[in-house]
Design a protein around this ligand. Structure first.
Ligand code: 26Q
Length: 821
């Protein structure tokens, strides 16, 4: 096997041919595309393995601290292309492919998309791993190896249909089962009190046990020495687990089907995004991830450092990505108290010093609150530890707020028969982090205001980021080359160097080249979407894009209603004209979220209506992309010109799609919400389109209870006209009342709820005005391209490398591993 540096065109070729011969007994001419992909992936994996040992060895010899980043989702996207890029080997592989009669694109396409996440939270975790490895920081991402990832979406008759995501059918070329690290996870059972001298500890009897088997995935840093790993835990019932078969490499034969709930733990990813769902199996998934990770982490710690647990905070950090892994806190307490026999107070201090928490949402319906009964029954010891944590916490709170029971109840871990996971995270960790500056402020002044009074030192705000490797270099090779030739290659290692582009915004020759790149990317996307979904796009029209999960607060409806108003103008005025636009949507709705599905249906009905109108279809096209995912985003971002970021101010904690668009030159139209605030600050008002209420105004309006959507409906004629079409049959003659409930939710306060809770009508006029300005500005192509260039130039701060450096300085304090030459 060649050394790392010896992976040249010729050795790569030889390795691919060899693997085809040894794995499948075939030549390259006989091999299927899947077999070719497997042989290529195995070759790349060999190359990675040569670096793999380094992290482990260096961590031991340097006794370096390690981060465990726990997240119930890691939305990594495909691995092959990213690995080639980060190994800096793409060129060699492309040459080898050319001589073998293969194309890079063709090989990449064979890789199944791992969809182990819903949206922003999971994608952020994936960007973080890329940056951690790139910065040579020792870290392990920990998650669940879901057999079924997020459902695949089909649009049938304008409506979402969910199809199971069987991403593991052909195996996963990148994962390495690490059977020696398998651990037992225990559910249910009865607590037994034990004494060891004068020390009291608890053990469990008659538990239902499940085995957690780790599958490790290498995470290669960009041009770095460190290969970190993503550990994906898979659940197996012990009586069905045949260790002999497993050790012999027969991973499927080693397990059998069972119908117990525990056996289902790693079957499927829950498809809710920004919504809490109180299912017991979900609680079990969360504990499974937490307990497996902690048991392993403590075992690894003791192997390296021995039994002195007081060293733990110097050597280990646990980061909990939203509250889903919050049981890190009671589980670490359990291990320290019941297994290591440490005193409670010391255990509490060590736990606090090891653990930090990031909050990703202020939406009330997303905050996790588990019924106490369910916790007690499913995890009796964890529950009893939470009771004791709660008792001590409430005592302290009572000293601070004597007699203020409401306030204390609001801050408690257990109150009103529920376990409040966010409260536990704040009370028992060392850092509480918001994901944008605005979000950090809202946490302090509103969501967690009481906690901010008691422990202000814990609160930080570190703005999210995205990895420029996947989102610029890999996704946009043509822009990347143009950047290289214009400002040199420094930006590839330090995204802040993108600012060197700024002077070129006024260089006519550069502006022309930049515009050409954008046009080519539009054409490339058009060909791609035509090939995959049969959608026909015209790259000579403006590409105006809104892609993200479907949620009412993200306000895809605002966009759609604006398009409907444009349609009505064209329909009623034969001389109406506008710059032709393609409105591109992509969004999955949680299967149980009826309103969200209705909005998808509405957008598709509107698309058909416009397509059938002889004049409207000259100016407007709506393309609803099926199954929006990471791979689609990689193609689409470089082709986008307008980035729609329309959330009701205060509701979108950060957003990260907004950053991907910006880095690829799209101009933002958005509210001052989440990281949009920071984007607007950076590019200035000439280079983005800000509209709508500000977050404080929204909060004040909600608090005042004076909002009347009906008043706007009555006073804005064009808007009323559009809304009426939702139920008067002009949109859907066969079923006139198809969207009546959507209409009613916007205008009336039925069922006690408030009308138009996300302020779509309230912000409509301001949005329309911003769109009109944008439309006019677009006509000046050079001035528009200048805006795009400024956006790219200013996007460097949104590199997740900056985010990770900040986390590391403020919270984790990891030392980069250095390879001694
Ligand atoms: C919880 C309990 C049960 C089932 C599902 C869930 C669940 C799943 C996913 C709750 C929340 C999520 C996802 C939240 C999320 O993606 N939030 C986004 O995080 C991004 C990264 O910080 C931000 O940029 C976005 O603003 C935020 O919406």
């Amino acid at each position: 096997m060649p050394l790392v540096s010896e992976y040249t065109k010729d050795t790569i070729k030889e390795s691919i041919l060899n693997k085809l011969l040894r794995y499948y007994g075939c030549t390259i001419e006989e091999a299927t595309p899947k077999q070719v992909y497997a042989a290529v992936a195995a070759t790349v994996r060999d190359q990675i393995m040569l670096k793999w040992r380094f992290e482990k060895e260096a961590r031991r010899t340097e006794k370096a601290k390690r981060l465990y980043y726990l997240s119930i989702e890691f939305l990594t996207g495909r691995w092959l292309h990213n690995n080639l890029l980060n190994l800096c080997s793409t060129a060699e592989y492309e040459q080898a492919f050319a001589e073998l009669g293969l194309t890079l694109r063709g090989v990449l396409h064979e890789e199944p998309e791992p969809a182990l996440g819903n949206g922003g939270l999971g994608r952020l975790a994936a960007c973080f791993l890329d940056s951690l490895a790139t910065l040579n920081l020792p870290a392990m991402g920990c998650t669940i190896r879901y057999e079924y990832g997020l459902f695949r979406q089909r649009i049938v008759d304008g409506q979402q249909v969910e199809v199971p995501d069987e991403w593991l059918t052909y195996g996963n070329a990148w994962e390495i089962p690490t059977q020696r690290d398998a651990v037992v996870i225990r559910f249910g059972g009865q607590m037994m009190e034990n004494w060891m001298g004068d020390k009291n500890y608890i053990s469990l009897q008659n538990t239902e046990d499940i085995i957690a088997v780790p599958y490790d995935l290498p995470i290669v840093g960009y041009g770095s020495d460190v290969v970190d790993r993503l550990r994906m835990w898979s659940a197996v019932l012990p009586k069905n687990f045949n260790l002999e078969k497993f050790s012999a490499g027969d991973y499927n034969g080693a397990t059998q089907e069972s119908d117990s709930l525990a056996a289902q733990i790693s079957k499927v990813l829950y498809p809710e995004d920004n919504t809490y769902n109180g299912k017991k199996l979900r609680l079990m998934q969360e504990y499974f991830l937490v307990s497996a990770t902690l048991q392993y982490a403590i075992k690894d710690f003791k192997r390296i450092y021995g039994a002195n647990m007081e060293l733990l905070p110097q050597k280990v950090a646990f980061h909990i990505n939203d509250t889903h892994p919050a049981m890190v806190i009671p589980e670490l307490m359990r291990i320290l108290v019941d297994e290591e026999h440490l005193p409670w107070e010391l255990s509490e201090r060590l736990t606090r010093e090891c653990v930090a928490y990031t909050n990703h949402t202020i939406m009330a319906e997303a905050l996790e609150k588990w019924p106490e009964d369910m916790m007690r029954e499913t995890l009796p010891r964890i529950y009893s530890i939470m009771q004791e944590l709660n008792r001590r916490l409430c005592q302290k709170l009572f000293d601070r707020f004597p007699g203020e029971w409401d306030r204390i109840g609001h801050m408690a871990i257990l109150a009103y028969d529920q376990a409040h996971m966010a409260n536990m995270c704040i009370a028992c960790s060392s850092a509480v982090n918001g994901v944008s500056q605005l979000h950090g402020d809202i946490l302090k002044r509103s969501t967690f205001a009481d906690y901010y009074k008691v422990m202000p030192e814990k609160f930080t705000a570190i703005t999210n980021g995205i990895t420029p490797r996947r989102w610029l270099m890999l996704a946009n090779p043509t822009l990347s080359s143009l950047l290289d030739e214009t400002i040199g290659q420094g930006w590839r290692h330090d995204a802040m160097e993108l600012e060197k582009l700024l002077p070129f915004a006024d260089d006519a020759a550069f502006v022309e080249k930049f515009a050409k790149v954008k046009y080519e990317n539009k054409a490339r996307f058009s060909r791609w979407i035509n090939r995959h979904q049969g959608i026909v796009l015209d790259p000579d029209t403006m590409f105006d894009v809104q892609v993200k999960r479907l949620h009412e607060y993200k306000r895809q409806l605002l966009n759609a209603l604006h398009i409907l108003v444009l349609y009505n103008r064209i329909d009623s005025d034969p001389s109406y004209t506008m710059a032709p636009r393609t409105f591109i949507f992509g969004a999955k709705a949680a299967p149980g979220y009826r309103r969200a599905k209705e909005i998808i249906h509405f957008i598709n009905v509107l698309a058909a209506k416009i397509a059938a109108h002889p004049r409207a279809n000259q100016f407007i096209k709506i393309a609803f992309l099926q199954n929006y995912n990471v791979s689609t985003a990689e193609m689409l971002m470089p082709a986008s010109e307008v980035s729609e970021q329309l959330s009701t101010a205060s509701k979108e904690a950060s957003g990260t799609g907004n950053m991907k668009f910006m880095m690829n030159g799209a101009v933002t139209i958005g509210t001052l919400d989440g990281a949009n605030v920071e984007i607007a600050d950076l590019v200035g008002e000439k280079n983005c389109y800000i509209f709508g209420m500000r977050s404080k105004e929204v909060e004040a309006l909600y608090a005042s209870g004076t909002y009347r959507a009906l008043d706007i409906y009555e006073s804005n004629i064009e808007l009323r006209h559009a809304l009426d079409m939702l139920f008067d049959g002009r949109l859907t003659p066969d079923n006139p009342k198809m969207f009546e409930s959507l209409y009613r939710a916007l205008v009336f306060s039925d069922n006690g709820g408030m009308a138009d809770p996300y302020l779509v009508l309230k912000d409509f006029g301001s949005y329309q005005a911003a769109q009109t300005r944008l439309g006019a500005d677009y006509l000046d192509a050079k001035a528009w391209t200048r805006k795009e260039i400024v956006n790219v130039a200013k996007s460097g701060v949104f590199s997740s490398d900056r985010t990770i450096r900040e986390y590391n300085e403020k919270i984790w304090h990891l030392q980069p591993l250095v390879r001694k030459k």
